[in-house]
Design a protein around this ligand. Sequence first.
Ligand SMILES: Nc1ncnc2c1ncn2[C@@H]1O[C@H](COP(=O)(O)OP(=O)(O)O)[C@@H](O)[C@H]1O
Ligand SMILES: [Mg+2]
Length: 227
Amino acid sequence: MIEIKDTLQNKLPIITFNDVTFSWPGKTDHVVNNCNFSINKKGLWMIVGKNGSGKSTLLKLINGLLKPSNGVINNLADVGMVFQNPDHQILMPNCRSELLLNINQKLSRKDITTKINTVLNKVGLAGFENRPIHSLSGGQKQRLTIACSLISDKNFLLLDEPTALLDSSSQLKVLEIIKDLTNNKRNPLTALWITHRLEELSYADAVAEMKNGNLSDWYKPLNFKYN
Ligand SMILES: Nc1ncnc2c1ncn2[C@@H]1O[C@H](COP(=O)(O)OP(=O)(O)O)[C@@H](O)[C@H]1O
Ligand SMILES: [Mg+2]
């Protein structure tokens, strides 16, 4: 029993920032300034902040696209990204080929088919395997990018304003799918969701504000006050 528990604990996605500072080359101001926080539980974590406050930069530091100028980032998660505009992310002409691009190619044909069906189901796109990308709505494309992270076995999703370009019904659908995935009892995903839509915060397990290069403490949505 103890062994199983330890294995599970090792798999807990944990991200920690210790005194992390980052400046863009050629700029003197610190976009991220002595930032400390950690994400040490599964669930849906949300960050809000004004335009230019450094939210996207923070995500790029977490996924290793950028290196801090100072401080230490620990990342034990397998991180997948979902950007604001799915057209900047999707490369292939249809859903199946896009998913195949992200899957472990060593799997058998049978396992690949099973996995494709499973992830499409999870994002509410059952039966969409052979649909051309151009026939998908913005929300459906966004759900496909989530399926691509799932099929590559990511356990931690970084979503950078994923609903900014969506109409309100697609927005809600994407949010509910992520909420379900993070609530899944057997194999929960952890998600860090950046938003400027305050109405989305009520779905979060924890909310923080990015301001002056720093992330605030984490709050329950009901206790969170946006300054
Ligand atoms: N590639 C880049 N090169 C130089 N400066 C950048 C780059 N990307 C963002 N910045 C600057 O970093 C600051 C934070 O940007 P960003 O992280 O995109 O904020 P947010 O996502 O909160 O709107 C802004 O001042 C922006 O101009
Ligand atoms: Mg941004």
